[in-house]
Design a protein around this ligand. Sequence first.
Ligand code: ASP
Length: 443
Amino acid sequence: MGLKVAKFGGSSVADVIQFKKVRSIVQTDPSRTVVVVSAPGKRYPNDTKLTDLLYLCQTHVEHNLPWDQLFQVVCDRFTAMAMSLGLGSSQLNLEKEFETIKRDLNGGAGADYIASRGEYLNALLMARFLDFEFVDAAGLILFDERGHFLAEETDEALRTRLKKHKGAVIPGFYGSMPGGRIKTFSRGGSDITGSLVARALHADVYENWTDVHGFLVADPGIVKDPQPIDYITYQELRELSYMGASVLHEDAIFPVRETNIPINIRNTNDADHPGTTILADVPRDPEKIVTGIAGSKDFTVIALYKHRMNKDRGFVRRLFGILEDYDLGFEHLPTGIDTMSLVLSNEKVADRLPDIVADIEKKLEPDNIEVNEDIALIATVGKGMSSRKGVSASLFTALAEADINIRLIDQGSSEMNIIVGVLNRDFEKAIRAIYGAFIGGRK
Ligand code: ASP
């Protein structure tokens, strides 16, 4: 029998009703023997995610403010869930767990530790509820003393520990450093845990259960009823996620990609829907040139012009040196013979733009420098684009017909994406125009 690693996100484990859906999903397929859970997410739109409550507790501790009542909200939520799930205190000593966390909080255990307790407690509950073994991620998901993730050591530890399990629940989002100190991934990081576990166990598939049917060709907030994406390659997804299509944590792709394990995004609230499958290669439908369109607003473009730039030795090195001085990465860097456009994220640049520009002027001596802080980037992604003629022409025509001025063009060397920069105010209109040109009435 094969093995499936099933990761359930926050909204899939937010309350008792969701826990029951999870159990039914796990029980309908005996190969779903390894379950990874997030902390309870929102139960209704204005609800607070449990992880946010925990971070808030930590902030109170740091500012010497009373945090008992806040922490009680966390405890009450778990206690009520345990009771409604019929998990008595003989099976789960939640009070003791709460006491330990309070003691550690008082003892200055730190933000990562406190944030991780949502996943920890939820996994305890889920393991009892499914009658699976609780397997703590501390000691298995490993980081070095500086907090850098240790891929090979983690792989080995997970494989050894889970070799003979008969059903395991693992908390997502965190692991530990030498000495046992808890370290979390970035927000949404339970997706990464699921991916690491799937890789270590050579799973047949990594199922990522969430509250949507998978990926859509475009953001439904911009395009009305966009088509679903049934199949997508890791590479295409990477391009789209980077550009803001967020269903899965960006870093969750790498571990399974290396071992070619498909990721299947599924909806806990509609378990029969096949969702989106992410694979190394996808059989191409000649009709489908574009797989997805995504983008985000608020980039700065610094366009440099220098006569004979291509002959100016060290031009790029000096530019990168400036970026390093500001500890800044660039998002894109389209170039011509005498031109180079540096695309930076506004959020990362913050208020340092005038200093950066002054440094560029001083150290690179461009003939002309133009700065635009009001740019949105849109990526049109599709493996099928590389073998087709006229794709860029159709894209640019669609934008021209929508009366949109293109400020920047960058076509990846993989020929799998075309990125255009437009003014922020044209962002939504541009996405709709591209969708109309390539997807429109496509079945
Ligand atoms: N609970 C964590 C968060 O809210 C991690 C996760 O849900 O994946 O970011």
